[in-house]
Structure formats: structure tokens, C-alpha cells
Design a protein around this ligand. Structure first.
Ligand code: SF4
Ligand code: SF4
Length: 165
């Protein structure tokens, strides 16, 4: 193929796409609808699908067993167990996980490792910050459910491809 026919062929391919519907979203103006959290049921040994954004920590369920932190040790060492001024009979040492999102790779292994249904992952994945310090989420911060409001985007499958309006 010479340069002239190559150029025409590329132009023709581009022009053919013009009347077609756009398949991508204008992120971050448009985002997918809020989904459920990613969680893991240790009794059933089954993961429930959901976004794997920043974590949610259910403080009252956390026993401070450190299994989440141990699971992360060989991945990114993003979890540090820290002391929190909180009286909780099922967590005698009052230690809870703190996550550093400058290190976390959002694999979810810590969630899978928690035997007490204390840890999940949320749809909050917009964690951009100019300060590394702000990426360290203390247990109390992890315990706050994220407020993520996104415009609803409807998907329909046409010819094995996902389009949106
Ligand atoms: S999601 Fe993965 S990398 Fe992030 S804290 Fe959990 S185990 Fe560590
Ligand atoms: S979040 Fe779960 S695994 Fe981590 S310390 Fe608490 S109870 Fe243990």
C-alpha cells in the first residue's frame, strides 16, 4: 500500500465512524451509576461484585485481628494498624486498619482476608490529591461512607457492543 492509498484508506475508515454513536463516556462529567460495595462473605467464601474504590471500615465489627494488614504485607504494605481512642469489647487493643492510598493497588485481598465482615470497598475511586498525607485514611475516615453522586447513564447492548446516549 503506497502513501496515497494508505491516507485515503485511513480517511475512509475515519469518515465511516462519524454517523456512529459514541461508545465512550466523557469522564469525569459523566460516570456510571453508583454500584454496591465490593465485599467478601468469609462464611460462604464468595466475593460480591462491586466497585473496588477506597475502603469502607465498619468499626463496630473490626476486632483488630490484623489479618487485612497481613494480607497486604506482600502486596503493597498499604495497611498500618493504628490505635484509636474507642472502647469496643470485641477489639480489646483498640487497633484498626489505616490505609495509605499512595501505596494501595486496590486488589481487594484485605477485604477477602477479613473474617468479621468489617471491611469492604466503595465506589469512591476519585482519590486525586496533591498531598501524599491526604491519601492516608485513618480508621475514622475509612468508616465514613462516601458521598458519590453521579448522573445516571443507561447502557444498552447493540450488536455485542455497549452504547450509551
Ligand atoms: S486493596 Fe490490596 S493493596 Fe490495597 S490495602 Fe487492600 S490488600 Fe493492600
Ligand atoms: S478489618 Fe477485619 S481483618 Fe482487618 S483488623 Fe479489622 S477485623 Fe481484622
Amino acid at each position: 500500500m503506497n502513501i496515497v492509498s494508505g491516507t485515503f484508506s485511513a480517511l475512509y475508515a475515519a469518515i465511516r465512524q462519524l454517523p456512529k454513536k459514541r461508545m465512550t463516556m466523557r469522564y469525569p462529567d459523566v460516570q456510571t451509576e453508583m454500584q454496591s460495595y465490593y465485599t467478601y462473605d468469609p462464611k460462604l467464601g464468595v466475593a460480591k461484585p462491586g466497585y473496588k474504590g477506597r475502603h469502607i471500615l465498619w468499626l463496630d465489627k473490626c476486632t483488630g485481628c490484623q489479618l487485612c494488614s497481613i494480607a497486604c504485607e506482600n502486596i503493597s504494605q498499604a495497611i498500618e494498624m493504628v490505635k484509636v481512642n474507642r472502647i469496643q469489647p470485641n477489639n480489646k487493643k483498640s487497633i484498626f486498619p489505616q490505609v495509605d492510598y499512595a501505596k494501595c493497588v486496590f486488589c481487594g485481598f484485605c477485604v477477602d482476608a477479613c473474617p468479621f465482615y468489617a471491611l469492604g470497598m466503595t465506589e469512591d475511586f476519585n482519590l486525586v490529591s496533591t498531598s501524599k498525607k491526604d491519601l492516608v485514611y485513618a480508621p475514622e475516615k475509612l468508616a465514613i461512607p462516601p458521598k458519590v453522586i453521579r448522573p445516571k447513564v443507561e447502557f444498552k447492548i447493540e450488536k455485542d457492543m455497549a452504547f450509551h446516549d
